[in-house]
Design a protein around this ligand. Structure first.
Ligand code: GSF
Length: 206
């Protein structure tokens, strides 16, 4: 299987960590979504990374579909539980984590615009509000627990750590680790796992 990815994409990182946890081999293919990229467009009509080329020649996207596919490929270390209640809880965590990343990416694109104006500032503020609200919700949901859902390491833990790691990478001024010590504690634990170490785009801040 080939993964079209970029090292700093938090969605791609989530997929790489899932593959590592599942002991699945992925051939990593660097793919820049921000320049004309026919190979990426052929794999994903949305022209976004990550995209997975499977061994049977089909392509899969987006990251939520890819991780579910990889998790189902082998019974080794299930990351998405079978039971409806826990499964939905895991997917909810993933939705917050991915949504935080969506907001972070929009804010960054707006910040990097050469023709920034008043509406860019409003948009950045709006998206930063979503980042702040997502971090608050994650911290509230985690509470004193070691793991996001139940007592087993799941996709929720991976998605959450990728999201907060991305905030550190792109928004070092957001002091989430100081504000939410429980999220920092969780991140530290995740970052110590071999699967995270081998996929870290930048040294962990927390
Ligand atoms: C989001 C992928 C995405 O935005 C997923 O895979 O879960 N919902 C999708 N990828 C960005 C790169 S990144 O910053 O992670 C991307 O490829 N953007 C290119 C574009 O044209 O928006």
């Amino acid at each position: 299987m080939k993964l079209l990815h970029s090292p700093t994409s938090p969605y791609a990182r989530k997929v790489r960590v899932v593959a590592a946890e599942k002991k699945l081999e992925l051939e990593l293919v660097l793919s820049d979504p921000w320049v004309p990229n026919p190979a990426l467009d052929a794999a994903n009509p949305l022209g976004k990374v990550p995209a997975l080329l499977t061994d049977d020649g089909s392509s899969l996207f987006d990251s939520r579909v890819i991780v579910e596919y990889l998790d189902g490929l082998s019974p080794v270390h299930r990351l998405i539980p079978d039971g409806t209640r826990d499964r939905i809880a895991v997917k909810r965590w993933e939705a917050i984590a991915d949504g935080l990343q969506d907001a972070a990416i929009i804010a960054r694109l707006e910040f990097n615009r050469p023709d920034k104006n008043e509406s860019s500032a409003k948009q950045i503020e709006r998206q930063r509000g979503k980042i702040a609200a997502s971090l608050a919700e994650m911290s509230r949901e985690l509470g004193d627990a070691d793991l996001c859902v139940g007592k087993t390491f799941t996709l929720a833990d991976i998605a959450t750590a990728c999201a907060v790691g991305y905030v550190s990478l792109r928004f070092p001024d957001i002091a989430w680790a100081e504000q939410y010590p429980n999220l920092a504690r969780h991140y530290k634990k995740m970052a110590a796992r071999a699967s995270f170490k081998s996929t870290d785009p930048a040294p962990p801040k927390a």
